[in-house]
Design a protein around this ligand. Structure first.
Ligand code: PYR
Length: 363
C-alpha cells in the first residue's frame, strides 16, 4: 500500500505521525512510504533518517497527500488541508469532530474514509491511542499551570510546593482518568495540596491506593465540585466522554467567585472544553483572563514536547497502521473491534454516533 506522512501544519504542532522505526516496519512489509520533507524536524528527526529507513521524501504537501492510499497524521486536518482530502483515501489521525462542524462537513463532502485515534476503544473502555497523549497533557498541566500562577503571568503568585511555614498551592483535578491521574501525580510531586474528583468511586479507590492517601479523593457532584474549585489556586479539567463534546462543569458565575489569580487548565479543550468560558488557544498565546482567573486552553498541549509525544504516540499507533496497510481498512476493522470503533466517516456518511449526535446529523 502507498502510505503518506504529511508534515503537520497546525500552529506550533511539531509532532509527526511516523518515526523512522515505523517507516522501516512498513517498508519491510512491502509498503511504499512517502514522507513530506522536514516532517520530522520539529521532533528532531531528519529527512536522512527517513530515507535510510526506506521512505521517499517529497517536498510538496500536495504530492505527499496525492500518493496516500493511507494517510497517517497527528492532528485533525486544518482548513488549508481540506482540499487535499480524497475519496479513495483512508485517513488515520486525531479528529475531534464533535466540536468541529467544518471538518466534519469537509470529510463528508470529500468522501474520505477516516479513523479517529481518539475513539479506538478497548472492551475495558480504555482508549489506547489517546492514552499516551493524555499522559503527556496530564503531566504537562501542572507545569504550565504553575507558570500561569506566577504573578508576572497574571496569576495569584503562589508557589505550588509552598515553603516550610507557608501553605502549598491547592490543586483541584476534575476527572480521575489517565490525564487526571497524571496531572495529580505531577502536582503532588511539586508539593501541592491535591484533590481529585470523579463520579467513579472505583477510580478514586485506585488513586487512594496508588498514592497511599497523599491525594485527597472526592466523589464528584455539583456542590462538592463548587466547594473544591472555590478553594483552589489551580484547577485542571480532565474529563472525557469518548467522541462526544465534554460536559461544561464550571460556569462563568462560578469563575467570578474563584480566588483572584487562580488558574484553570482545560485539558478537555480538544473535545470542546469542560469550563463554560473555555476557547482554544495556541502555544504562543496560551492564556486569557475570565474575571480575575487565568484560563489555559491550548488544544494541542503534547505538541509542546514533540520529541516525547511523537515517540509516545507512534508506539501505539504503529500496530494499527500496520493492520490498516496490511489488510486494507475493511478487513482490518472486521478483525479488530477496537479499531472499528475509530471509523468515523466513509463515502460521505458519518458513522460515529457521538459525533453525529453532537451535530444533529443522521448516521
Ligand atoms: C493531541 O494530542 O493533540 C490530541 O488531539 C489528543
Amino acid at each position: 500500500m502507498r502510505i503518506a506522512v504529511p508534515r503537520e501544519i497546525k500552529k506550533h504542532e511539531y509532532r509527526v505521525a511516523a518515526t523512522p522505526a515505523g517507516v522501516h516496519e512498513l517498508t519491510e512489509r512491502g509498503h511504499d512510504v512517502f514522507v513530506e520533507a522536514d516532517a520530522g524536524a520539529g521532533s528532531a528527526i531528519s529527512d536522512e533518517e527517513y530515507l535510510a529507513a526506506g521512505a521517499k521524501v517529497l517536498s510538496k504537501a500536495e504530492d505527499v497527500w496525492a500518493e496516500g492510499e493511507l494517510v497517517l497524521k497527528v492532528k485533525e486536518p486544518i482548513e488549508q488541508e481540506y482540499s487535499l482530502l480524497q475519496r479513495d483515501q483512508v485517513l488515520f489521525t486525531y479528529l475531534h469532530l464533535a466540536p468541529n462542524r467544518p471538518l466534519t462537513d469537509a470529510l463528508i463532502n470529500a468522501g474520505t474514509t477516516s479513523f479517529a485515534y481518539e475513539t479506538v476503544q478497548l472492551p475495558s473502555g480504555a482508549l489506547p491511542l489517546l492514552a499516551p497523549m493524555s499522559e503527556v497533557a496530564g503531566r504537562l498541566a501542572p507545569q504550565v499551570g504553575s507558570y500561569a500562577l506566577l504573578k508576572p503571568s497574571g496569576g495569584r503568585g503562589v508557589l505550588p510546593g509552598g515553603i516550610p511555614g507557608v501553605h502549598p498551592a491547592r490543586v483541584t483535578v476534575i476527572g480521575g482518568g489517565v490525564a487526571g491521574i497524571n496531572a495529580a501525580r505531577i502536582a503532588l510531586g511539586m508539593g501541592a495540596d491535591v484533590e481529585v474528583l470523579d463520579t467513579n468511586v472505583d477510580k478514586l479507590r485506585q488513586i487512594d491506593n496508588d498514592f497511599g492517601g497523599r491525594i485527597r479523593t472526592l466523589t464528584s457532584n455539583a456542590l462538592t465540585l463548587e466547594e473544591s474549585i472555590l478553594q483552589a489556586d489551580m484547577v485542571i479539567g480532565a474529563v472525557l466522554v469518548p467522541g462526544a463534546r465534554a460536559p461544561k462543569l464550571i460556569s462563568n458565575a462560578q469563575v467570578a467567585r474563584m480566588k483572584p489569580g487562580s488558574v484553570l487548565v482545560d485539558i478537555s479543550i480538544d473535545q470542546g472544553g469542560c469550563f463554560a468560558d473555555s476557547r482554544p488557544t495556541t502555544h504562543d498565546d496560551p492564556t486569557y483572563l475570565v474575571h480575575d482567573s487565568v484560563f489555559y486552553c491550548v488544544a494541542n498541549m503534547p505538541g509542546a514536547v514533540p520529541r516525547t509525544s511523537t515517540y509516545g504516540l507512534t508506539n501505539v499507533t504503529l500496530p494499527y497502521a500496520l493492520e490498516l496497510a496490511g489488510k486494507g481498512w475493511r478487513a482490518a476493522a472486521r478483525a479488530d473491534e477496537p479499531l472499528a470503533l475509530g471509523l468515523t466517516t466513509h463515502q460521505g456518511a458519518l458513522v460515529n454516533e457521538p459525533v453525529a449526535i453532537a451535530h444533529g446529523i443522521e448516521h
